[in-house]
Design a protein around this ligand. Structure first.
Ligand code: SF4
Length: 211
């Protein structure tokens, strides 16, 4: 797998190389590799678990219902979507067929480990000022298995991945809330977590303008 990362990698070269990845079995049933997207010098990187059904078909990350909710939350938190790079710890959609539907299945440790060089290369190339893990899979992959999103969401933790690293829920968990009241409450908490990112971005860009 490391030999799939091109020498002197750029985001474009790495994205192209990832289209042919066969490092785990997930490529077999998915439509295509869904690589991260966003500006080369994005200030913020959001890392989710894996592409969903809509992303698998479109070939782009966070374009389905969870992505639309994420866009609304970013806007509500005052984070300009054009400074955000979005990606996932696993680049192929893992699912179980149920009739005509494809039901999301959680990637296992071996699949996450196989895909990790792609994510690490994205982080190394983009060098975000803030990295936000969305959901437990991303948080435990990048911050360690002891990280509990339910207890530690919205806190910033030391990490070699970026100057500021935090985690919150995955937007798809908000869509799964059992009723409107809890969905609105979860959305408010999600926006509050992103507002902390927004405030720190503003404070650090004043202190240390990016070149
Ligand atoms: S999920 Fe990741 S490691 Fe597995 S085949 Fe796809 S790109 Fe490669």
């Amino acid at each position: 797998m490391p030999d799939m990362i091109p020498p002197r990698p750029s985001l474009g070269k790495v994205r192209d190389a990832a289209t042919g990845c066969r490092a785990c079995r997930l490529y077999k049933n998915a439509t295509q590799t869904v690589f991260g997207e966003g500006p080369r010098k994005a200030e913020v990187m959001l890392v989710g678990e894996q592409p969903g059904d809509a992303e698998d078909l479109a070939g782009h990350p966070f374009v389905g219902p969870a992505g639309k909710l994420l866009d609304r939350a970013l806007a509500d938190a005052g984070i300009d979507r054009t400074i955000v790079y979005v990606t996932n710890v696993v680049k192929h959609f893992k699912f179980e067929p149920r009739g005509k539907r494809r039901i999301h299945a959680k990637p296992n440790g071996a699949e996450i480990a196989a895909c990790r060089p792609w994510l690490e290369t994205e982080i190394a190339l983009v060098k975000p000022r803030v990295l936000v893990c969305l959901g437990a899979t991303a948080a435990q992959a990048l911050l360690g298995r002891g990280f509990k999103v339910s207890q530690q969401r919205g806190t910033f933790v030391p990490s070699s991945f970026a100057p500021l690293v935090t985690a919150t829920v995955h937007p798809s968990s908000i869509l799964r809330a059992p009723d409107d009241e809890s969905r609105h409450a979860e959305m408010r908490r999600f926006v509050e977590d992103l507002q902390k990112v927004s405030a720190l971005l503003e404070a650090t860009s004043r202190a240390e303008p990016r070149v």
